[in-house]
Design a protein around this ligand. Structure first.
Ligand code: SF4
Length: 540
């Protein structure tokens, strides 16, 4: 803690510059781009309507329930209307008034929630498999490793002064292996003869020039983890492109050097690095499981059973499940957070995690608590239940142009319109409602090419742009198909040539693709992801 306080003092000057920048900007004495330079490295960005967004880092999206509650307190005090869950498991405070930014930062820091590396050309927040530690298919829990890396990197100044951002992630099982293959560096848990370690991917990424990464190290012993990360930080600091932003992500360096050349260079850095992290202490989940509260309530309605089937996932512990809370658009008010805190206190669970699908997961819940939770949510935050069972709730869309400064299209309204069309389809084919519901999660919509909703790995994705049609600039979306990451096929989504459609045609296209899919299903058992992969080379 002392070490962190010292570091925060060290970087206080940069926070002050940001605060001064905000004042200058509101007095029209500073350009928006200059304000961005001061704030982005902390994940603090201007939003439309002269407000700010503050992005808090949380390793693997995990917060103790006390920290989660303290967010509500800060939001109420600073009159922050909502918290947004990002696709990288971050917690974003939205529409913060200019004059309240400084206080908000200080309050978050005092609760041990930090902004360093929330955005800009820095070491970004670490992605972690949502169900790590509790998952039945757990190879081993990667959360303590990710935390250790985050805690150490926080003090490495080079990691916050790159030419471009650097993203890493950890997977506890093979289920998320390919999510890790599209990180700058991804670690997948691996055990050989009882020795823990990681398979390491490098050079992947989403966005411009999306790439599936290469296997850099087949087995990295756990004791060398920090050494591996530090070697990458030093290499990227020294060799990353600082001139051409469009070519500055690590994957472009790998491409330029060729993978073998890059690997040789990386291993040189790795050999020179002497830092050792040693063995990492485990998290005691068994103790947390023993403390979970049990309930006697019973519920058997049809909606309850539907909700329960969708939202609960068995864990490796007897009678314990993980529970998904679907959050519409990933937005929560302070009141919602408080209500969720009361619920988590009632069931005596210690943590909550934000997911890459912009939802929340309570990793540990006693099965007997599920009827109680259902009743509580239905009475206090009914949207969480209705959203869970709505098709729209499954579609992943970024915040979009309504709030995002660089957004081109309003992804959220397009997702709403697609949800309506698919609801219609489900009414036509009630026997397929469950399938439509399940497969709707494969639709991803980004309001601009930054692709925050993860279109490059989407079976069916859309990216917002504007196109001249008959001399008029029209609101459009580029269509992508065929992103799939399974054991047998690994493919990024294809940009379908010439398939740039006006936004009002997008829901119709989705409905017709789903209709075709349902027809195929009658003769051929295929997932929607595989189906879209098959169609990716078709002419539309
Ligand atoms: S994809 Fe574009 S519009 Fe959507 S959140 Fe990212 S930057 Fe904003």
């Amino acid at each position: 803690m002392e070490r962190i306080e010292e570091k925060l003092k060290d970087i206080e000057k940069e926070y002050l510059e940001l605060q001064e920048g905000i004042t200058e900007y509101s007095n029209n004495n500073l350009k928006s781009a200059d304000l961005k330079k001061r704030g982005s490295k902390f994940g603090i960005y201007e939003q439309k309507g002269k407000k700010m967004m503050l992005r808090l880092k949380a390793v693997g999206g995990e917060l103790s329930i006390e920290k989660f509650k303290s967010l509500a307190g800060i939001m109420e005090k600073e009159e922050i209307p909502y918290l947004h869950l990002s696709t990288r498991q971050n917690y974003q405070l939205h529409e913060v008034e200019f004059e309240r930014v400084k206080d908000t930062i200080e309050q978050c820091n005092s609760k041990e929630m930090y902004f360093r590396g929330g955005g800009g050309n820095t070491f970004r927040s670490i992605l972690v498999s949502t169900y790590t530690g509790v998952d039945k298919r757990n190879i081993f829990d990667v959360m303590p490793y990710a935390r250790m890396v985050e805690n150490e990197v926080f003090f490495m100044d080079k990691a916050f002064d790159f030419g471009r951002k650097l993203k890493i992630g950890f997977s506890n099982s093979l289920d998320d292996e390919f999510v890790m293959a599209v990180q700058d560096m991804g670690f997948v848990a691996k055990e050989i003869n009882g020795e823990k370690g990681f398979k390491v991917y490098c050079g992947g990424g989403m966005g411009r020039g999306s790439k599936i990464g290469h296997v850099l190290i087949e087995f990295l012993p756990e004791t060398d983890l920090l050494r591996a990360v530090k070697a990458l930080i030093n290499l990227f600091y020294d060799r990353g492109d600082r001139v051409n932003r469009m070519q500055a992500r690590l994957r472009f360096l790998v491409e330029k050097m060729g993978f073998e050349g890059f690997k040789k260079l990386y291993l040189d850095y790795f050999e020179k690095e002497t830092i050792v992290n040693g063995k990492i202490p485990k998290i005691d989940y068994e103790k947390k499981v023993r403390e979970l509260k049990q309930f006697d309530e019973i519920e058997n309605s049809e909606t309850f059973n539907l909700w329960k089937d969708i939202c609960t996932k068995e864990t490796k512990f007897k009678d314990i499940v993980s529970l998904v809370l679907y959050v519409k658009n990933g937005d929560l008010s302070a009141k919602d957070i408080e209500k969720l805190y009361i619920l988590m206190k009632d069931i005596n669970t210690p943590t909550i995690r934000a997911t890459i699908n912009q939802n929340l997961v309570i990793p540990l819940v006693h099965k007997s608590a599920i009827p109680y939770i259902y009743k509580y949510l239905s009475e206090t935050i009914p949207e969480i239940v209705t959203e869970t069972i709505s098709i729209r709730g499954q579609i992943r869309a970024c915040v979009g142009a309504k709030v995002c400064m660089i957004g081109v299209q309003d992804s959220q309204s397009i997702a709403d319109a697609i949800g309506d069309e698919l609801d219609q389809l489900a009414k036509e084919f009630p026997q397929y409602r469950k399938i439509i519901f399940k497969e709707a999660k494969n639709i991803r919509i980004s309001g601009c090419p930054s692709s925050c909703a993860g279109v490059p790995v989407a079976p069916l994705g859309f990216i917002g742009l504007k196109k001249k049609i008959n001399d008029k600039l029209v609101d459009c979306m580029q269509v992508y198909m065929g992103g799939i990451l399974t054991d047998s096929i690994q493919s990024l989504a294809f940009e379908i040539p010439n398939l740039i459609l006006p936004i009002d045609e997008i829901p119709i296209l989705v409905k017709s693709l789903f209709r075709d899919y349902l027809e195929i299903l009658q003769v051929y058992d295929i997932t929607f992801s595989n189906y879209m992969y098959e169609r990716r080379l078709e002419e539309f």
